[in-house]
Design a protein around this ligand. Structure first.
Ligand code: FES
Length: 104
């Protein structure tokens, strides 16, 4: 199972993903630059990613908690998600996300 992650330089990384892992954990384990300061507790927004348009409707919707945290995120878009709230599963094989900008 793979996910594709585009970093802030525009470089595409194809990462091995394990079912049950958070997308944030897959990105962090690969050594890419994601802060994920709260460790996946849905309070910091530093795991913000943009989901590829083709995948937006294939993901479970945002919970209220995720919406609230994203409201404080930098450069929010329709496709914004917290990668710690996305759990890897077979149906997400091939998911493509882009790391959102960090706070200045
Ligand atoms: S790691 Fe903090 S909200 Fe996702």
């Amino acid at each position: 199972m793979k996910i594709n992650v585009i970093d802030r330089d525009g470089t595409l990384h194809e990462l091995d993903a394990t079912p049950g892992w958070k997308v944030m954990e897959v990105i962090r384990e690969a050594g890419l630059d994601i802060k994920a300061e709260c460790g996946g507790c849905c309070v910091c927004s530093t795991c913000h990613v943009y989901v590829d348009d083709a995948w937006v409707d294939r993901l479970p919707g945002r919970q209220d908690e995720e919406d609230e945290v994203l409201d404080d995120a930098c450069e929010l878009k329709e496709t914004s998600r917290l990668s710690c709230q996305l759990l890897m599963a077979e149906e997400l094989d091939g998911l493509t996300v882009t790391l959102a900008p960090e706070w200045a």
